[in-house]
Design a protein around this ligand. Structure first.
Ligand code: NAD
Length: 483
């Protein structure tokens, strides 16, 4: 007999305790072999002054078990509180988020019968790095950080997921026609890794038209992988158009740990009324069972759930006169699924996880030859509000010297000097690009520091600099529009 697997469980807030109770009852009925450690997270912990909603001791449980089944929590309104989900993902290095979005037509109403799409979202990077600054009275910025290692891990995870789950296509969504370096890297890595999986069809869509296609004709997609922000938005869209956000579970996977949950929140207005649908958390738990190497139990639970849905035993959120036979509460729904353990659905396709190995993730990235990096210029960002672009150019040209010359000035990425149009809206945020007066020379840190010193001496309010570098001769920066 295989031994029990230690798992950390949090019952959460709002409807959390009810849906977790139903979920654990079903797992037990199906014979899941779990050693459960219970931790407290959420509102009460926030209110005790822990800004991330989790006690320091709870991390010890998570580090020990490395598997987290988490009910939704209520994040208090107002500043100072951190999202527990973001903290958990980052602390435990959960870089991949997988959300199967499946339609259960005709038993649950959907615009897209037959939809069966898995959204794989990068979970740690992109605009969610949370590096934001207000730079001038007018201008705020959020850094979009995309790393090669991050792209390699998530793209490889998507292809591995496709192989392990018998899927045939992986689609990549990016906006690399605009963000040529950041989204461009994601797309390039996708193109590099795809040939390692010759049995899986790779394709790429620009995210805007891809999203429109996903909302309109999801049947053309299978596994879709994308950077964090697009994935955050489109995984909710995909879950909703499949039937309901209340039905989807999600897996957050890292090299050393994993977290499983429903995608919906704590629905406080429904709390304590035995109304909530436990299906999202239950399907999250099914993903967990596969992950911890209990695919047979996962299959028993999932097929019992499909059978219950098919028999028209529905909670209020998916209940309809046409498709439902019985409207039940959380507890009764849980008991109905538990009672059907061992049964298969008749009409909906039964699931099989028997062939799915535990999801050990191969995120290791290949060693790369060292790249030759050379600094070939510098962008100096200024907070300045005293005239036209030509007047600013006259001020900034006085900073030239020591081998550096002013190349161009832009605002919000649009070049306004030399040339430029009077119609272009300007403000208090400017980028002044300096390059070597003699083209082809490298630029030293000492030259950049001296340029900054001259700017300080001239009383200019500089916000930051960005070095312009080449990597093996390829520019690691973009031109301004109009340049
Ligand atoms: P929500 O997902 O909690 O609820 C939105 C609505 O969806 C509810 O009013 C309810 O009608 C319905 N609903 C959601 N889950 C349901 C279920 N299982 N069964 C039946 N109906 C269900 O979103 P919200 O109201 O925006 O957020 C409530 C709280 O949840 C907030 O504090 C938010 O921060 C938090 N939240 C937590 C998580 C998480 O812990 N992972 C995720 C999202 C939101």
């Amino acid at each position: 007999m295989a031994s029990n697997v230690p798992v950390t469980v949090a019952h959460g807030d709002g409807i959390g305790p009810e849906i977790m109770g139903a979920t654990l009852e079903i797992l037990e009925a199906a014979g899941a072999r779990l050693d459960i450690e219970t931790i407290e997270i959420g509102e009460a912990v926030f209110n005790r002054g822990h800004t991330a909603g989790i006690e320091p001791e709870s991390w010890e449980s998570l580090r020990r078990t490395r598997v987290f089944l988490k009910a939704p929590i209520t994040t208090p309104q107002g500043g100072g509180f951190k999202s527990l989900n973001v903290t958990t993902r980052k602390t435990l290095g959960l870089y991949a988020n997988a959300r199967p979005c499946v339609a259960y037509s005709p038993y649950i109403q959907t615009k897209h019968p037959g939809m069966n799409v898995v959204i794989v979202r990068e979970n740690e990077e992109d605009l969610y790095a949370g590096v934001e600054h207000q730079q001038t009275a007018e201008v705020t910025q959020c850094l979009k950080i995309i790393t090669r290692t991050g792209c390699e891990r998530i793209v490889r995870y998507a292809f591995e997921y496709a192989v392990r789950n018998g899927r045939s296509k992986v689609t990549c969504f990016t906006k690399d026609n605009i963000m040529k370096l950041t989204d461009g890297l994601f797309h390039r890595v996708f193109d590099e890794i795809a040939p390692e999986y010759p049995d899986i069809e790779p394709e790429h869509w620009i995210v805007d038209i891809g999203a429109a296609k996903l909302a309109d004709t999801p049947g053309v997609f299978d596994v879709v992988v994308m950077p964090n922000l697009y994935g955050d938005i489109l995984s909710d869209v995909a879950a909703q158009i499949a039937g309901s956000v209340g039905l989807a579970g999600s897996a957050n996977i890292g090299d050393d740990a994993a977290m499983f949950e429903a995608i919906h929140g704590s629905a406080p207005r429904r709390a304590g009324q035995n109304m909530a649908n436990p299906s999202g958390l239950l399907l999250g738990a099914v993903l967990m069972l596969v992950h911890i190497g209990q695919p047979h139990v996962a299959e028993l639970v999932h097929n019992a759930w499909l059978r219950t849905i098919e028999e028209g035993i529905h909670t209020y959120d998916i209940h309809s006169e046409e498709h439902s036979r019985e409207k039940v509460g959380t507890r009764e729904f849980g008991a109905a699924v538990a009672a059907r353990v061992g049964q298969q659905p008749n009409e909906l396709p039964a699931v099989s996880y028997a062939a799915a190995p535990g999801q050990t993730v191969t995120s290791a990235t290949a060693a790369r030859a060292a790249v030759k990096k050379e600094t070939v210029g510098v962008d100096l960002f200024l907070d300045w509000n005293a005239g036209s672009p030509a007047e600013l150019a006259a001020v900034v040209q006085k900073l030239e010297g020591d081998g550096l010359a002013l190349d161009m000035i832009d605002t919000r990425g649009m070049m306004v000097w030399p040339g430029g149009f009077p119609e272009t809206k300007t403000g208090d945020h400017w980028r002044c690009r300096f390059i070597p007066g003699d083209t082809g020379n490298a630029v030293s840190h000492a030259q950049i520091a001296a340029l900054l010193q001259r700017a300080a001496d001239a009383g200019l309010d500089f916000i930051k600099t960005e070095n312009l570098c080449t990597f093996d001769g390829e520019p690691g920066y973009t031109l301004a529009q109009g340049q």
